[in-house]
Design a protein around this ligand. Structure first.
Ligand code: NAD
Length: 498
């Protein structure tokens, strides 16, 4: 844990949804824990004309469920200053600089600056350039830049964006957010692997049959149709969150648990992901859109009939795919991934499916498969693990039974564990980039995704639709079936735990 941090936050997009829902509450949580003390200030900027007082009222409103007392909330909010600002207007940066210098002195900040770009990525290049040209980047403390997703829409656009940012900030100063990396159980993957010999020694192609990653959402696109229709599940979820999880599962043990060591291993894992040739995409990736549904009493639209979605849209709301990693450790072990909207249940889980015992001594047919051992890592909303084992059914004879050893974090632990954004801001304050994506990770991920996207863009055949409330189209099951596998996580009834 750090000691007091002197820092000036400048939040671009300070009136936006992300700032209000995530950033202000996260800063307050850090303040409440004493991880931010008195020597910090926040400048919120956006186009609207707000006064400091009005801004502080908004900030207090966003933390009202967390506050210790009104005085404490007011004390926290007194560190917030508002500067109306159009990011395209160079003159506005002059005002911002004056305010930054004043606050630097008032709060004894010593030039430490953290710029948070909570805005559309279209502005990232302009903002970083102006920060430099108008002298907002300080020369006596640290300068760090946090940027939100999406980082480009393909490798080329991401490279251009990266070059613009790199003209001002070097890689060690850039903190690219992937909020999945702030999640407790994603961070736990390394502990489970590297603190348990029983697991890490079996973590390879001799013992593991396949690994499955599911990020499932139960809602449709809701009001985000306009954004989503340009993105789709592949860009929105696979390029970032899913490939990040793959890299944590697939990487070699780092020599130290330091950001550079971990990220080097993640980069190597992502570089080893096999890039498909266009003609291989169809066999390894499937896509679909959710269909209309009225089975639960309310009429749910087909994706193409959602607000702000083109009625001939070919954007996928579901993706399933097979990822291969060409390393000694993983050769021959498919990583199956799937993600989609309007699925049976909201949840993220990883299922590591182990190979069967060589001979089934418990059946007349020694070749008959026993249920596999499966290590499941529950990321959200449930946080925990389970291990599926075969045991003897109690009673006479030697019949086998499947047992699920489970650990779930208690509701209290989950409620008290820091929010992803809180952890990530804290890490950034400490200059710890472990849970942020390095450019080389972003680049490898886009190169993998681009082939799939470009192949799909040239294929004008009708997308299959899947039933809302299911776990996706039959094509997703077939993807595994043709390799002799099946999805382990099958939510049948949301009340029934898997
Ligand atoms: P938003 O539309 O709610 O907020 C955008 C902000 O940018 C507003 O404060 C607006 O005033 C400001 N802005 C727009 N044009 C401006 C200009 N020319 N000059 C100055 N300010 C301007 O968006 P959001 O949902 O807060 O998202 C911000 C970023 O965070 C996006 O990159 C988004 O993809 C990412 N993100 C958001 C969420 C979320 O939960 N909202 C989650 C993940 C990632």
């Amino acid at each position: 844990m750090t000691t007091e941090q002197n820092v000036l936050f400048t939040i671009f997009g300070g009136t936006g949804d992300l700032a209000k829902r995530k950033l202000y509450p996260s800063l307050y949580r850090l303040y409440k824990k004493g991880l931010l003390k008195e020597q910090f200030a926040v400048i919120g900027t956006a186009r609207r004309e707000w006064t400091d007082d009005y801004y502080r009222e908004i900030v207090k409103e966003t933390i009202k469920d967390l506050t210790i007392s009104e005085e404490h909330a007011a004390e926290f909010a007194s560190h917030f200053y508002y500067q109306s600002h159009n990011v395209n207007d160079s003159e506005h940066y002059v005002n911002l600089k004056e305010l930054a210098e004043k606050l630097d002195v008032r709060y004894h900040i010593n030039g430490n600056r953290l710029f948070y770009l909570a805005m559309s990525p279209n502005f990232f290049g302009t903002i970083t350039q102006q920060l430099n040209e108008q002298g907002l980047v300080s020369d006596n403390g640290f300068n760090r830049l946090i940027i939100e997703k999406p980082f480009g829409h393909d490798y080329e656009s991401a490279s251009i964006l990266n070059e613009q940012i790199r003209e001002v900030f070097d890689e060690s100063q850039i903190f690219r957010i992937d909020h999945y990396l702030g999640k407790e159980m994603v961070q736990n993957i390394s502990t489970v692997r590297f603190a348990n010999n029983m697991i890490e020694s079996m973590w390879n192609n001799r013992y593991i049959d396949n690994i499955q990653i599911t990020l499932s959402e139960s809602l449709g696109v809701e009001e985000r149709g306009g954004y989503y229709d340009k993105s789709g599940a592949l860009r929105d979820m696979v390029q970032n969150h899913i490939l990040q999880i793959v890299s944590l599962l697939a990487m070699e043990p780092p020599t130290k648990l330091k950001d550079k060591d971990i990220r080097n291993e993640k980069i190597k894992a992502l570089r080893a992901v096999r890039l498909y040739k266009p003609e291989e995409v169809k066999d390894n990736f499937v896509r679909a859109q959710y269909g209309a549904d009225s089975s639960k009493g309310t009429q749910l639209n087909h994706y193409q009939n959602e607000m702000n979605v083109a009625d001939d849209s070919q954007t996928e709301t579901f993706v399933a795919g097979k990822i291969l990693i060409d390393t000694f450790r993983w050769k021959g072990v498919p990583f199956y991934i799937r993600t989609g909207k309007r699925l049976a249940e909201k949840g993220t889980q990883i299922n590591v499916v182990f190979k069967n015992v060589p001979l089934n001594l418990f059946s007349e047919d020694v070749d008959e498969d026993l249920p596999p051992n499966v290590l499941s890592i529950y990321i959200q909303p449930t946080e925990g693990f389970s291990l599926q084992l075969n045991t003897k059914k109690a009673g006479i004879g030697l019949e086998t039974d499947t047992l699920n050893l489970k650990h779930k974090h208690s509701a209290e632990t989950v409620a008290n564990s820091p929010e992803a954004y809180e952890k990530l801001i804290f890490d950034c304050l400490n200059g710890d980039a472990t849970n942020f994506t390095h450019w080389d990770e972003v680049a490898s991920s886009w190169k993998f995704v681009d082939v799939i996207r470009q192949t799909w863009d040239q294929d004008h055949s009708e997308l299959p639709s899947y039933q809302s409330g299911s776990m996706g189209p039959a094509e997703s099951d077939n993807l595994l079936a043709k390799d002799g596998f099946k999805w382990h996580w099958k939510p049948v009834n949301p009340d029934e735990e898997n």
